[in-house]
Design a protein around this ligand. Structure first.
Ligand SMILES: [Zn+2]
Length: 151
């Protein structure tokens, strides 16, 4: 799905990208121009202030509580019946599609321990971030499971 997130929801943005969704995060304050430029996206916000505008724009939206990314993620997944599984095909920082990369090519950008034991290395062609599956992958699966029990 395609989402537009309020600027203070960057952790939620990261997790929705882990699940493979197209996420755009607003820079700065919510404003009419940014909303109307992104009407094809579902807007996730922590405030009811823009409800009337969103209805006028016929923009789908969801209001989530502040400061608790687990509950936020849980509500978004359940409301839009998203599959709660990690796709890890998009860059967590900028949302670009990741490309598989031979680990030898990114050796100087990966901690030695991860280089030895991790697998499925990917590179973001847009911002240059490198990702891999390793010990943290199991932890992420557990974090997602825990979040899903929060709403
Ligand atoms: Zn990136």
């Amino acid at each position: 799905m395609k989402f537009l997130l309020e600027s203070n929801l960057s952790k939620l943005a990261k997790w929705l990208r882990f699940l493979g969704h197209d996420v755009k995060v607003l820079q700065g304050e919510i404003n009419l121009k940014d909303l109307s430029l992104n009407q094809d996206r579902v807007f996730i916000t922590t405030s009811r202030r823009w409800e009337r505008t969103l209805k006028k724009l016929k923009m789908e939206y969801l209001v989530v509580p502040r400061h608790d990314w687990e509950v936020q993620l849980c509500l978004v997944i359940k409301k839009f019946s998203l599959e709660p599984s990690l796709k890890l095909n998009l860059c967590a920082y900028c949302g670009s599609k990741l490309k598989p990369v031979p680990k030898e090519e990114v050796k100087d950008r990966v901690p030695p321990r991860a280089y030895e034991s991790a697998y499925d290395f990917t590179l973001c062609p847009h911002c240059g971030s490198v990702f891999w599956k390793g010990t943290h992958y199991g932890r992420m699966v557990k974090m997602l499971e825990k979040a899903m029990s929060r709403c």
